[in-house]
Design a protein around this ligand. Structure first.
Ligand SMILES: C[SH](C)CC(=O)O
Length: 267
């Protein structure tokens, strides 16, 4: 009912994603920091979160989700981040590429391409929107590579081709990571690699690169989102480089909700 508090209007629930995601740890921290004692963070998956967002948005009902940029939801819906005056979500983040120790010696060509891999949220957004609109991730990636040959040529500048070497990426089914991992699969295949993609949860994504059973991951969100994973595994990872700057995480709501800050959830 309109007289309800924002908490009552969403049954004091924040709709999250997979439990291992760093944004979930950051949201638990926000619940603590802002004293949101009656509130519950509901875990699920990236897909379940966007399905719940669509359902609420289409009926202009209140909903609060764990959100991040880049993400196609911002081009599909009118959304806003809740201000985070206590800084529970940190500030601007970078997406790092982490390789297993020894990768530079074993697969120098792939390593150099990963070092040179750098793109913008618009680039990634184009792939994400195509996937969200029904294109297979690999087809959306192929289309982007063909339409952005100049950028891809920068990534592969000075990189020798190989003949059938294997390469294994691990990734979590976050829309942003599916876009980057499928694009780099196409790029490494053009260099002659046999590329395998393994979809895993966030913890296993880090342990696979740390124990060397996978070659690389493209979703190292730092300094805040994956701080815990980096503290645990950082000494067993090679930080190959930053593929994107200026990304962010936080709580996101439709603009039709008249709240502006995480503080407003306290009422
Ligand atoms: C792509 S999501 C911000 C990643 C995460 O929360 O761990």
């Amino acid at each position: 009912a309109s007289g309800d508090s924002v908490g009552e209007s969403v049954n004091y629930k924040i709709t999250g994603i997979d439990p291992g995601a760093g944004i979930m740890e950051a949201t638990e921290r926000a619940i603590e920091d802002y004293g949101l004692d009656d509130w519950e963070l509901v875990s699920g998956s990236g897909a379940a979160m966007t399905a719940a967002l669509k359902k609420a948005y289409d009926k202009e009902e209140p909903i609060i989700v764990t959100g991040w940029n880049p993400h196609w939801k911002f081009s599909k819906y009118d959304l806003k981040y809740l201000e985070d005056p206590k800084g529970s979500y940190g500030g601007e983040e970078e997406i790092h590429t982490f390789g297993r120790l020894g990768l530079k010696e074993d697969k120098p060509e792939a390593y150099k391409a990963l070092e040179q891999f750098k793109w913008t949220d618009e680039d990634m957004g184009a792939v994400m929107v195509d996937i969200q609109e029904g294109e297979k991730p690999e087809d959306a990636a192929k289309k982007w590579v063909e339409e952005n040959r100049d950028k891809v040529d920068e990534w592969t500048k000075g990189v020798e081709k190989v003949d059938g070497d294997t390469f294994k990426f691990v990734y979590v089914a976050w829309d942003s990571t599916m876009a980057s991992t499928n694009v780099m699969k196409v790029v490494l295949e053009e260099l002659g690699y046999e590329v395998e993609l393994a979809q895993v949860e966030a913890g296993p994504m880090y342990t696979a690169v740390a124990d060397g059973s996978a070659d690389a991951l493209l979703a190292g969100w730092l300094p805040v989102t994956h701080k815990t994973y980096y503290e645990k595994y950082g000494d067993k990872l090679d930080d190959i480089g930053v593929s994107m700057e200026g990304v962010k995480i936080g709580l996101v709501v439709p603009t039709y909700m008249d709240i502006d800050s995480i503080e407003d959830l306290k009422e």
